[in-house]
Design a protein around this ligand. Structure first.
Ligand code: ATP
Length: 364
């Protein structure tokens, strides 16, 4: 049994610059785990420390009960798939996949290579050279070549970065299927929030060398803990407010002269200045004086400043009396009213979708 992959207090400094700062992370055995964050946030450095390609400046990396911090890369039960596949161009696909087994002197090679090629659905491609395959197929060969070593943890560094959008989507589903089939821990590095949300069962969102939040995709999206997560994982409207009181388990927040009620569990702040957050697709537009929901949250006095038709939905921008533009996605079901630039509108939503963040951080 491999056990969980555990990083404890892991830091990496390059001279005076700290790329990764005191990272504590547990990746459960068998998880499809995504490290998500913008360029330069320390994802690849973290992955390289798990692989043993980079020594941590502080902290420990353990797999189950075994401390692997000091092990050389080849001594770790870990393999990495990189964005640029790194296949051997002069070897055919079969030999590319067989490479790791030959190097270890394994005798019974054929059944294992064939099993791996079947797994990645390239059973009939063994005799081709890498240049005779598409980008997606080459990526699958790289995956088979890594998996044949039976690692306990597979690290994937932006493995789909070189593929076009359609192929990326196909490969996301394919990777998920393969991970479920082989059942080993995958740690996937990406800056693409949609990719992380599609594939991973747990996501750690990194920013400037630290993990800002970790959790299941739906949980992170529904209740982001920081303004960074709220904006990096999809879009958010963040409106400044002040906590007035707790009435029972609810919180009352003043937002530009109106009172919004926030249910228990939706706020991470007990008093002071806050950001009241709401996702654009959770907000509805209404003509003033209509559709108001007595139990809902409502912001009045908006004017539509932009309408963008996006097929399944329409994106509206509404300028509010305090000058801020808020974004609303309305599904184009045909069942709801449509609005034009210049129309006066009120915005309303179900309070169970509101989230409240500490305004000690900047909204960006
Ligand atoms: P990307 O998505 O662009 O690959 P990343 O999140 O993977 O970004 P890292 O490659 O981990 O980021 O780099 C984190 C920070 O550490 C960056 O600011 C980078 O410039 C710096 N860094 C990485 N490797 C070195 C190095 N060998 N020497 C100095 N600085 C480095």
């Amino acid at each position: 049994m491999a056990g969980d992959l555990v990083l404890s207090g892991v830091s990496k400094r390059f001279g005076a610059f700290t790329a990764v700062h005191e990272l504590d992370l547990t990746v459960p055995e068998g998880a499809f785990f995504a490290l998500l964050g913008p360029s330069g946030c320390g994802k690849t450095t973290t992955l390289r420390m798990i692989a043993g390609l980079e020594d941590p400046s502080a902290g420990k990396v353990a797999l189950g009960t075994q401390d692997i911090t000091e092990l050389r890369p080849y001594q770790r039960p870990v393999n990495t798939v990189f964005q640029n596949y790194a296949l051997f161009p002069h070897l055919d696909i079969y030999e590319n996949v067989a490479f790791g087994l030959r190097r270890r002197g394994v005798k019974e090679i054929r059944p294992q290579v064939e099993e791996m090629l079947e797994l990645v659905e390239l059973g009939s491609f063994g005799k081709r050279k890498p240049a005779q395959l598409s980008g997606g197929q080459q990526q699958r060969v790289a995956l088979a070549r890594a998996l044949i070593n039976r690692p306990q943890v597979l690290l994937l560094d932006e493995p789909l970065g070189a593929l076009d959008l359609k192929l990326r989507r196909q490969m996301q589903i394919e990777l998920k299927r393969i991970q479920t089939e082989v059942g080993i821990t995958f740690v996937h590095v990406t800056h693409d929030q949609e990719e992380a949300m599609t594939m991973a069962d747990t996501i750690a969102v990194m920013n400037a060398g630290v993990v800002e939040q970790r959790g299941g995709p739906a949980d992170l999206y529904d209740l982001p803990a920081t303004t960074f997560v709220a904006n990096f994982l999809g879009q958010s409207n963040l409106v400044a407010g002040t906590v007035l009181e707790r009435s029972g388990s609810d919180q009352v927040i003043e937002v530009h002269g109106s009172k919004q009620v926030v249910p228990a569990g939706r706020s991470r702040v007990t008093d002071g200045e806050v950001w009241v957050g709401i996702r654009p697709e959770k907000v509805f537009l209404a003509r003033p004086g209509t559709e108001a929901d007595a139990n809902g949250n409502e912001l009045r006095g908006g004017v539509v400043t932009d309408v963008s038709y996006c097929g399944v939905s329409t994106q509206y921008l509404a300028r509010m009396p305090w000058g801020q533009e808020l974004t609303v996605f309305e599904q184009n079901t045909g069942a709801r009213d449509t609005f034009a630039v210049g129309d006066p509108v009120d915005l309303h939503w179900n309070p169970s979708h509101t989230f409240v963040l500490d305004a000690g951080q900047d909204a960006h």
